[in-house]
Design a protein. Structure first.
Ligand code: IPM
Ligand code: MG
Length: 368
């Protein structure tokens, strides 16, 4: 028996409901493959703000570092929305743990489950064969650059009148681009051998450095991988016109945030997409979707993205490929058998096949 320590961070909204299904699946697949999991749990995001006034209490980071992997659900909600820079925000919990664990690589795979191919708003012939990996830089760029909001006595208004000013800075150091580029090339070698690097090198200095470094790493160490550059605005367009042409996309933090929501929507079901955030130590796994406060507490949320983030955990943190394959097969089988949560049901889904959060988790466990 191999025992792993998992740090659970349910967060806000539907978080506690879906993470329970992730744990259910982890325990079931572990029992089958000789892995045991011991859990610690902590509050993060809005729940932590309510309990102790900050989104990422210092103890969480210690707990996360001591664990073999972190399973997070989602943070945020209208209750904590504010533009006041002095008030805590739930997102600080997520950004803080990413930075604190140095999780610089964010992998967001986008694949179509055949049973759900009708869910996309794009034409079937456009989405056929879509299988791409978004590699998003996660601890740099404008998310973590110098920023300030201040009252300017003479320069905020057109006519030099006083008023408020604010700026954020998109900054990259060479080593930050170097290491994320390597992750993308490595991922491509295990896939179809192609990397598309996304930047805005026609305008931004940080993007020109990005492009130079990516090409240097390519020439020096990965000449066998195909590399293309694409400007971010063009990429946004190509993603919905020819999504199947992409294999690995690599990009800086904020471009990756925006493009990964777009890419997720190619499948028509954001509730299906998982992500892995990797660094040099403990890794973190979470669904790509948010905390869905509108349906929180009703037990109807789709737990599959959380369950698929368990699949990624097995793959990337524990190198348990067979267990990971089992989870994916079980999810596929449940969908093929016609089971749906409300968000992925459509007019053709019979009422008795629409199930709640907990039943969906049970079905996956049954198939395991
Ligand atoms: C994501 C989310 C986060 C991000 C938010 C919640 C801070 O949108 O993981 O994509 O912007 O990175
Ligand atoms: Mg996002």
């Amino acid at each position: 028996m191999i025992a792993y320590k998992i740090c659970l961070l349910p967060g806000d909204g539907i978080g506690p409901e879906i993470i329970a299904e992730g744990v259910k699946v982890l325990d079931a697949v572990g029992a089958k493959h000789g892995l045991t999991f011991a859990y610690t749990e902590a509050l993060i995001g809005g729940a932590a703000i309510d309990a102790c006034g900050e989104a990422l209490p210092a103890s969480i980071l210690e707990m996360a570092k001591a664990a073999d992997a972190v399973l997070l659900a989602a943070v945020g909600g209208p209750k904590w929305d504010t533009t006041d820079p002095d008030k805590p925000r739930p997102e600080q919990g997520l950004l803080g743990i990413r930075k604190g664990l140095q999780l610089y690589t964010n992998l967001r795979p986008v694949q179509i489950f055949d049973a759900l191919s009708g869910a996309s708003t794009l034409k079937p012939e456009v989405i056929e064969g879509v299988d791409l990996m978004m590699v998003r830089e996660l601890t740099g760029g404008v998310y973590f650059g110098r920023r300030e909001r201040f009252y300017d006595e003479a320069g905020a208004g057109v006519d030099g009148t006083p008023g408020q000013r604010a700026y954020d800075t998109m900054e990259y150091r060479e080593y930050e681009i170097d290491r994320i580029a390597r992750q993308a090339f490595e991922a491509a070698r295990k896939r179809r051998g192609k990397v598309t690097s996304v930047d805005k090198a026609n305008v931004l200095e940080s993007s020109r450095l990005w492009r130079e470094v990516v090409h240097r790493i390519h020439e020096e160490d990965y000449p066998d991988v195909e590399l293309e550059d694409i400007l971010v605005d063009n990429c946004a367009m190509q993603l919905i016109t020819r999504p199947a042409d992409f294999d690995v996309l690599v990009t800086e933090n904020m471009f990756g945030d925006i493009l990964s929501d777009e890419a997720a929507q190619i499948t028509g079901s954001l509730g299906m997409l998982a992500s892995a955030s990797l660094g040099d130590g403990t890794a973190l796994y979470e669904p790509s979707h948010g905390s869905a406060p509108d349906i929180a507490g009703q037990g109807i949320a789709n737990p599959l993205a959380q369950i698929l983030s368990v699949e990624m955990m097995l793959r990337y943190s524990f190198n348990a490929q067979e267990a990971a394959d089992d989870v994916r097969r079980a999810v596929t089988a449940v969908l093929d058998a016609g089971w749906r949560t409300g968000d992925i049901a459509d007019g053709a889904t019979p009422k008795e096949k629409v199930v709640d959060t907990s039943r969906m988790g049970d079905l996956v466990v049954d198939h395991l």
